[in-house]
Design a binder for this molecule. Structure first.
Ligand SMILES: Cc1cc2nc3c(=O)[nH]c(=O)nc-3n(C[C@H](O)[C@H](O)[C@H](O)COP(=O)(O)OP(=O)(O)OC[C@H]3O[C@@H](n4cnc5c(N)ncnc54)[C@H](O)[C@@H]3O)c2cc1C
Length: 298
């Protein structure tokens, strides 16, 4: 069902965002295709979202159609390949892999959002990214046809993929997994979640994860440099604009302390970026995607 004027603050983890002119939640590709076809014929711009955990939405909302894609076909295992719908959450995926003694995805434990969003963002943690496991995917092509693509198609990079420049909808992804021990897999997921709990706000605190990307390693073979460290040294932790503040335990996380607007967050982000530039001559790059009311995701 398509609804009008749906507040997008209900669909983002930072709980910010004005109304979308049109909004629908779609749970199968069969339903999605005619919706896209109609929006195209009527020249209504359409944007697909997943869990809204990496999104800052304009206070003016979106002049078009937002499709929340929550397709959840049964997972399909043809070992070592596991095919999962884009609308499945990472959490559900990890529950499945633990239950079926499949290893390799534990580093994704605790990351919110959908599998489709994770591919779009090339999500990851602790030096690993989902791109390392992607073996193929089904996407919706320009003419609304289903296409199977290889990992090369995505041109994965750090927290980025070709989908940022050429948006396509991911329908399903096939990942390579290995055999493991169910209790060891669960333990590792719990360990990762416990480590994350020390750095990230509680799920009840509205945020969109890291606001800026970490920086490339200084020397080959080293880890990426944490943007959070530079931000902390530049005094970001005490910064606040309107209802947007910096999380006390992690200077790279902007939280909605109450009635933050997207404008508050954008201004705070600018201030944080300026402080790092002035101290280190380094220009941070936003990791969180912005949904502009007119232009869509930018
Ligand atoms: C507390 C917290 C911790 C986080 N920690 C991490 C972390 O450790 N590592 C990390 O990488 N990220 C992290 N994130 C960010 C976020 O969870 C990931 O980027 C996640 O993969 C985004 O998925 P999503 O479904 O929420 O995407 P959304 O926020 O809904 O969308 C993000 C982008 O993906 C696009 N998109 C969504 N679904 C599809 C689809 N099916 N096809 C094509 N495009 C699509 C949207 O158009 C949008 O441009 C964190 C976020 C929070 C709130």
């Amino acid at each position: 069902m398509i609804v009008r004027d749906e507040p997008l603050s209900r669909h983002t983890t930072i709980q910010i965002g004005g109304p979308a002119d049109l909004f629908c939640e779609v749970n199968s590709v069969k339903t999605l295709l005619p919706v896209l076809q109609s929006s195209c014929e009527l020249r209504i711009p359409a944007v697909v979202i997943g869990g809204g955990s990496n999104l800052l939405v304009d206070d003016k909302g979106f002049r078009g159609l937002i499709v929340k894609f929550v397709n959840r076909e049964p997972l399909y295992l043809d070992f070592p390949l596991l095919t999962v719908s884009a609308g499945q959450t990472l959490r559900e995926l990890l529950e499945y892999t633990a239950e079926h003694s499949l290893s390799g995805l534990e580093f994704l434990a605790g990351i919110p959002g959908s599998v489709g969003g994770a591919v779009y963002m090339n999500a990851g943690a602790y030096g690993k990214t989902i791109s390392e496991l992607v073996r193929r995917a089904v996407i919706i092509g320009n003419d609304h046809e289903l296409q199977t693509v290889s990992p090369d198609f995505f041109q994965f990079n750090y927290r980025s993929s070709i989908l940022h420049a050429c948006p396509r909808i991911v329908v399903s992804v096939t990942l390579e997994v290995s055999r493991g021990d169910a209790s060891a897999i669960r333990k590792e997921c719990e360990r990762v979640i416990a480590v994350r709990a020390g750095k990230h706000p509680k799920p009840s605190v509205p945020c969109a994860g890291s606001y800026f990307k970490n920086l490339p390693p200084e020397r080959p073979g080293e880890n990426r440099r944490a943007a959070g460290y530079l931000l902390e040294q530049a005094g970001a932790k005490s910064m606040k604009i309107g209802g947007a503040g910096v999380y006390s335990e992690h200077a790279n996380i902007i939280i909605n302390t109450g009635n933050a607007t997207a404008q508050d967050v954008l201004e705070l982000g600018k201030k944080m970026k300026k402080a790092v530039f002035e101290k280190y001559n380094i220009m941070l790059e936003e990791e969180v995607r912005f949904l502009d009311a007119q232009k869509g995701i930018i």
